[in-house]
Design a protein around this ligand. Structure first.
Ligand SMILES: [Zn+2]
Length: 364
């Protein structure tokens, strides 16, 4: 991200004007907010000005096994550092945090998070607010990524405020934005499509079920399937890769697949089937104009998308009725399934929007 000096506005000229052009919420040009993306592997914290241009950011590993206190203390220290850095020039609107879930909302209590092992029943919101001595707004990580995509990414690009997002990272998250508002369900646990069953007798999942989407479409799942393929024989290319590189990632498996390796291609075929299977239910149920796929594994779109679209055509009645002429080009009044546009910043951007979206009208 660019250094703060390139983005710091001149106080005298920007102080009191408001910005209303492309966003549904009022904000002043001298404001800034903090967005946090607390994932199972990475913890990313950034300050954004009121145009959502980055002012500064801090990235840390999420060492969940060190316990929530250590991780959250490090996170709050980074938040305070960014606030201290920019508070002279800007006025802080608030702090938004997107966290791996499930989260009970509005309390902000974690509920057996599959990717933050040992954090069950952590009162996340209360612990963070105690450490910072100021209020924060908490959302699921997938919901903030979906909000980011809605207002600054694919939703903005295609002029729609309703979309479903599936984010393929360490786990699989999903967020649902209906008419510009994140759908929470009655207790904040909507958007757990990562735990939709795909194979009822499939791999055990951290959530306690079997065969969840997360076990077939996350970066973790790609590596598990690679190890299984290497162990059961036949997948010579994968076996050689894993033997020569103990730090191989899903990206390396994708590279192998693009080189033509059959075993590696089969893994991404499974990713595509699992995504198509889950999306078929969402599309039949919700009839939204746009579903976006984000997260690190989305970089392998070329490898999994053919099977994903094939599965949608085979299994999804509404998709067959509403498929666009070209699956890569957004078409009005059709069911569009497209890659997300914001990359790994979607979560932080969506989190940084939360203070504006939650602001009371009388606080303007
Ligand atoms: Zn699960």
């Amino acid at each position: 991200m660019d250094p703060a000096s390139q983005h710091a506005p001149a106080k005298t000229t920007r102080k009191s004007r408001t910005v209303t052009s492309t966003h549904p919420f009022q904000r002043r040009l001298d404001e800034f907010s903090i967005g946090v993306d607390l994932g199972g592997t990475n913890l990313r914290i950034a300050a954004f000005d009121s145009e959502f241009e980055p002012l500064g950011n801090i990235a840390l590993p999420t060492r969940a096994r060190d316990g929530h206190k250590v991780v959250l203390q490090g996170m709050c220290k980074a938040i305070r550092q960014l606030i201290g850095q920019f508070a002279d020039e800007h006025s802080l609107t608030g702090i938004g945090i997107g966290s791996a879930g499930p989260l009970h909302l509005p309390s902000g209590r974690l509920q057996r998070p599959a990717n933050l092992q040992g954090w069950h029943d952590v009162e996340l919101k209360a612990v963070i607010e105690n450490l910072l001595e100021m209020p924060v707004i908490l959302e699921s990580d997938a919901n903030v990524a979906a909000l980011g995509e809605c207002y600054l990414g694919a939703g903005k690009e295609h002029r729609t405020t309703s979309l479903g997002m599936i984010a393929l990272g360490t786990g699989v998250g999903s967020g649902l934005i209906l008419n510009g508002v994140a759908w929470h369900g009655f207790s904040g646990m909507a958007g757990e499509a990562g735990h939709d069953p795909v194979y009822p007798h499939g791999a055990e999942c951290g959530c306690g079920s079997r065969g969840c989407l997360e076990q077939y479409a996350s970066a973790t799942a790609v590596m598990r399937m690679a190890r299984e393929a290497a162990e059961t024989g036949g997948a010579t290319g994968i076996r050689h890769l894993l033997a020569s590189n103990s730090k191989a990632t899903a990206r390396d498996i994708a590279f192998l697949a693009r080189s033509g390796d059959r075993g590696a291609k089969q893994i991404f075929d499974t990713v595509g089937f699992a995504l198509g299977f889950t999306l078929a239910s969402q599309i039949n149920t919700l009839n939204l104009p746009l579903y976006v796929i984000g997260g690190g594994v989305c970089a392998s779109w070329d490898l999994f998308a053919p099977r994903m679209f094939q599965t949608l055509r085979e299994l999804c009645h509404v998709y067959r009725l509403t498929e666009p002429a070209d699956v890569l080009v957004y078409e009005e009044a059709r069911t569009n399934v497209l890659p997300a546009l914001l990359g790994q910043d979607a979560g932080m951007l969506g989190a940084a929007m939360l203070p504006y979206l939650h602001r009371r009208p009388d606080a303007e």
